[in-house]
Design a protein around this ligand. Structure first.
Ligand code: F6P
Length: 320
């Protein structure tokens, strides 16, 4: 490849800027031109493309969000949109493209590869719900943000001897909820992959814990289960204990990336450039068993991921 395009797509995630910076600087160091595509695939279709220079990405590694902006683009799911995207790449001389986003964004990269643009995808999502990798950009920061917030809610919950339901993000995946469940010592975690919707069990657990002298009861509710506010009302009615719901929401997507997110995102950005320089296409970068690796996008999208059962049990066993 001669000219590498880079875009961020789908929900933003802390560390995306570190990945963009790495793509730009590794690309330039390898003698390539690098172009930034604004607002994900939506910006690609509009031709919102800028030249990237090494200096232009200084002072970005520590920033949350994405300097290229991001979008969810329904037009790019159509064959017409994809053909236009490939055409715009050709018009701008972009013969290699690096897509930073979730698996929805990988499907777009797969289509561009089929249309002759070399593509490499980098997993960027706070949800950690990408099967081919044990790491996704932004999860570490998001889970630390959620953990800090839950500690704060716990302080006031204990003072008032309340039950607190705290809703974390993750879409259909319970990774943020599971990690916070362990890190915050939550009494209950409700995960989309596991929850049986038996609220009576929850109520019994709250009452039993209160009898054993616990001053708070923290329930971490993954957003895939949802309805924290109405659940709080029902639990208060059933237990007689004051219950409050807190929805952490988009604060989990912002903030300065952790060291891990900066280092892994930088490594993945550089790795993606190296793959393009080796003439590879339709690849996704991953992290597995201590190494940065890459997979064919078709194979990566066909993989399945299971929530770690052992850690789920640990979380339950430790919440006595
Ligand atoms: O995929 C990241 C994520 O933050 C999910 O956890 C959440 O379900 C979703 O995006 C929220 O999307 P939006 O920002 O479009 O409301």
């Amino acid at each position: 490849v001669q000219t590498i395009g880079v875009l961020t797509s789908g929900g933003d995630a802390p560390g995306m800027n570190a990945a963009i910076r790495a793509v730009v600087r590794q690309g330039l160091a390898r003698g390539k031109k690098v172009k930034g595509i604004k607002r994900g695939y939506a910006g690609l279709l509009q031709g919102e493309i800028i030249d990237m220079e090494a200096k232009g990405v200084s002072d970005t590694i520590q920033r949350g969000g994405t300097i290229l902006q991001t979008a969810r683009c329904s037009e790019f799911r159509t064959p017409e949109g994809q053909a236009l995207g490939a055409e715009v790449c050709r018009k701008h001389g972009i013969d290699g493209i690096i897509v930073i986003g979730g698996d929805g964004s990988f499907k777009g990269a797969q289509k561009l590869a089929a249309l002759g643009v070399n593509t490499v995808a980098i997993p960027g999502t706070i949800d950690l719900d990408i099967a081919c990798t044990e790491y996704t950009i932004g999860f570490d920061t998001a889970v630390n943000t959620a953990m800090d917030a839950i500690d704060k809610v716990r302080d006031t919950s204990t003072s008032h001897e309340r039950c607190s339901i705290i809703e974390v993000m993750g879409r259909g995946a319970g990774y943020i909820a599971l990690w916070c469940g362990i890190a915050n010592g939550a009494e209950d975690i409700l995960l989309p992959e596991k929850y049986d919707y038996d609220e009576q069990k929850l109520v019994n657990n709250i009452i039993a814990n209160r009898k054993r002298g616990k001053k708070h009861h923290i329930i971490i509710n993954a957003e895939g289960i949802g309805h924290s506010a109405s659940m709080a009302k029902r639990i208060e009615a059933a237990t007689g204990l004051e219950t409050r719901a807190t929805i952490l929401g988009h604060m989990q997507r912002g903030g300065s990336p952790t060291c891990k997110d900066r280092v892994y995102a930088s490594t993945m950005g550089a790795y993606a450039v190296d793959l393009l320089c080796e003439g590879k296409s339709n690849r996704v970068v991953g992290y597995r068993h201590g190494d940065f690796v890459d997979f064919d996008i078709d194979e990566a999208l066909a993989m399945q991921k299971q929530l770690p059962e052992y850690q789920f049990q640990v979380c339950r066993n430790l919440s006595v």
